[in-house]
Design a protein around this ligand. Sequence first.
Ligand code: UDP
Ligand code: MG
Length: 318
Amino acid sequence: MEEIQQKDIEGRPPLVSIVSPCFNEEGVIRLFLKELLPVLQKLGFRYEIVFVNDGSTDRTLEVLLEVQKQEPAIRILNLSRNFGKEAALTAGLEHARGDAVIAIDVDMQHPVETIEAFVKKWEEGFDVVVGKRLSRTGEHPLKKASAKLFYHIHGKISDINLPSDVGDFRLMDRKVIETLKTLPENQRFMKGIFAWMGYKTAVVEYYQEERAAGVSSFNGWKLWNFAIDGITSFSTVPLRIWLYVGFVISMLSFLLGIALIIEVMIQGIEVPGYVSTITMVLFLGGIQLIGIGILGEYIGRIYKEAKRRPTYIIEREY
Ligand code: UDP
Ligand code: MG
């Protein structure tokens, strides 16, 4: 509290960083800034806006460079290609210099006015302030339902508790950002990482708007893979479950074996048995393949992690 209100060595007020990853967002950047700047000016703090251009194929970079001419508080990190939202967000957070750092989507789905409430909570002494979505306007019912299912399963089997309807829209104190920087993994499921770090957290509710322009880059297959990443990053239950499946199946086959032996002793050898044999073989084969597939998921993660490649590459900072 007082700690935050304190001015820095040169007597300046604290610095607030806004971090926004952009992938093909040429249509919304100006609108985003038009709404964001008055909010920031009203705060009475110094501010910087860090845009991360995540390998956009449209005029995103040109638009960013143009708006930067009018607003010197804008910094642009240009990634060398599209690394995906998690990596782009990581790049922005790691390069932000603020005493408080706010991650927000540029597509206007995160209402900028909420920033005021975030900062207020930070001044009260919270290290993390998360935005909780009260509505998911502009999302397909299937996306909503699958998100709900994902949070449910994730909550059941992982070691962290992912609060539902809490996304990347959040404020983090400098010390949280410094912690984030020490995490060495390069496969980044940010929601999970945020939850894993903990810290004194406040919740601010907001209504999610529809995308102002452009299209969402998260659909079907990409979301499915995102969900698998989310689970394999924070849970080993899918690995362990095979121990129990194997155990139950062995027990059942043992009992079946005894039953068959008794049957043979009473009724003599019965030749037909094709259906039961083939069913067993196929069933067990299927189970084994699933088990191997899941092992593969984790080995794949270990493989990617073992290469120690950086999470992102910054081509240039403007
Ligand atoms: N984004 C990004 N890289 C990507 C995909 C998305 O930096 O590969 C950014 C995008 O510009 C936006 C944010 O991540 O600011 C959220 O993306 P989007 O709106 O497509 O996702 P949704 O809101 O539908 O989950
Ligand atoms: Mg969006």
